[in-house]
Ligand binder design. Structure first.
Ligand SMILES: *Cc1c(COP(=O)(O)O)cnc(C)c1O
Length: 406
């Protein structure tokens, strides 16, 4: 399929380019001492993704440890409630071990670390979800695991800090600056600069310098491959529309990658938080502009002086001032359309899905559900497939305290 002059038959061979660009987005804007380390990771990744042994091992892990394939559920009562005849479906990444899609790339990254002979994995975490997934993978493979986390986040996310520690990870408290995610990223990168001989840095989404956006997409593509096959088997057809929430964009790239070359409308959903003013949302593709942060060029939300703007969303996993470079590329190309959902709409969808389907979605995933419902109301017929990136148990206390039982 050719779309705005990009041939999607050969898309994955061409994007990213060998130096990590999706059009003008991506690349590797990093200190020179890290260039060699990134090249080493790129080379190892390019080798293992063609290695029969590695692929078989990852498939076995996905089946025996992660619980893959995850099913697709027909959301029958929700479809009836929408009432237009449009049928809604969910790809159940909430049923992945640890409750979200993040383990798909963490298991891949940790297996890569093993293959490269590294002893340790390093990462930062904000809300702790990526830290827990990586600590899980590290325990499975017998790797050391250092998770850098802001002191403020450590206080806020006590259950995830406990999980990481129980899993044997070292949680390193970062007290610089505002002591949240940005400082944790800086501290983790500094540590990696010192330790890259023994360690690999494991990024939590399709962000960061090349090769991470390519590699994380590769490890998440299992979601799209499964979903396409399962959906066709269930219904005899492709879905008409596909919906996923976008923070950094890994769950979205995972499912989108299976359908980019199909006549399927694809939607990424960004968090509109409390509203359109800068600081009240994290809808970077919808309201941002081109810029470099955390080692890659993409579309980002900027402050007056061009640095990353403070962002907000009720869903801490979507609370990031940029998105992966491939999303910026697909946005400009028009192949994927990006829309927004507010905190309030996401909370409504959280309750709607829980009550009608018996599935408590993560607040991140609730954004995709809310958008899927809006879309199904506007369509006359067809089917909408929503990527349900994770389960909502982690959000229960917060939702009940802040919004009460609806
Ligand atoms: C972290 C997280 C996200 C956001 O990350 P992406 O890289 O944009 O997918 C979405 N949903 C859940 C459940 C998460 O934990």
């Amino acid at each position: 399929m050719i779309f705005n002059e990009v041939d999607f038959d050969t898309y994955f061979k061409k994007y990213p380019s060998t130096d990590g660009f999706f059009g003008k987005y991506g690349g590797a804007f990093i200190p020179s001492e890290l260039k060699a380390a990134m090249d080493e990771i790129t080379k190892a990744y390019n080798t293992i993704c063609k290695s029969r042994k590695f692929i078989d091992e990852l498939r076995r892990i996905r089946r025996e440890f992660q619980g893959r394939p995850t099913p697709i559920s027909h959301l029958q009562r929700l479809s009836e409630k929408v009432g237009t005849g449009v049928q809604l479906y969910a790809k159940r990444e909430d049923l992945n071990h640890t409750g979200a899609h993040k383990l798909n790339h963490c298991m891949g990254e940790a297996l890569l670390a093993k293959y490269m002979g590294k002893k340790k994995v390093i990462a930062e975490t904000g809300a702790g979800q990526h830290g827990v997934a990586l600590a899980t993978a590290a325990a499975y493979f017998g790797l050391e695991c250092d998770i850098y986390m802001g002191a403020v986040d450590i206080k806020k996310q006590a259950p995830n800090v406990a999980r990481m520690k129980v899993l044997g990870a070292r949680v390193v408290e970062v007290t610089d600056g505002l002591a949240t995610l940005k400082e944790a990223v800086d501290a983790a990168f500094d540590a990696y600069c010192r330790e890259y001989g023994d360690a690999i840095y494991c990024i939590g989404s399709v962000v960061g310098p090349h090769p991470f956006p390519m590699m994380v997409r590769g490890f998440q593509s299992v979601v799209g491959i499964e979903a396409r096959e399962q959906f066709v088997q269930m219904t005899g057809e492709l879905p008409d529309a596909l919906v996923a929430c976008v923070g950094g964009g890994s769950n979205a790239m995972g499912i989108f990658s299976g359908f980019l070359n199909d006549p399927v409308d694809i939607y990424g959903v960004e968090p509109l938080g409390r509203g359109v003013s800068l600081g009240d949302h994290a809808a970077s593709l919808s309201y941002g502009s081109e810029g470099v942060m955390h080692g890659f060029n993409s579309i980002m939300l900027k402050d007056g002086d061009g640095s990353p703007a403070p962002v907000y969303s009720v869903a801490s996993g979507l609370d990031y001032p940029s998105s992966g470079p491939e999303h910026a590329f697909l946005h400009d190309l028009g192949r994927v359309k990006y829309g927004t959902v507010s905190d309030g709409e996401a909370i409504d969808a959280f309750y709607t899905l829980s009550r009608l389907e018996g599935i408590i979605p993560a607040l991140e995933s609730s954004h995709a559900v809310a958008f899927g419902i809006k879309l199904a109301r506007e369509m006359e017929k067809g089917a909408v497939l929503i990527n349900l990136s994770g389960r909502g148990d982690k959000d229960l206390d917060y939702v009940i305290e802040r919004y009460g039982i609806k």
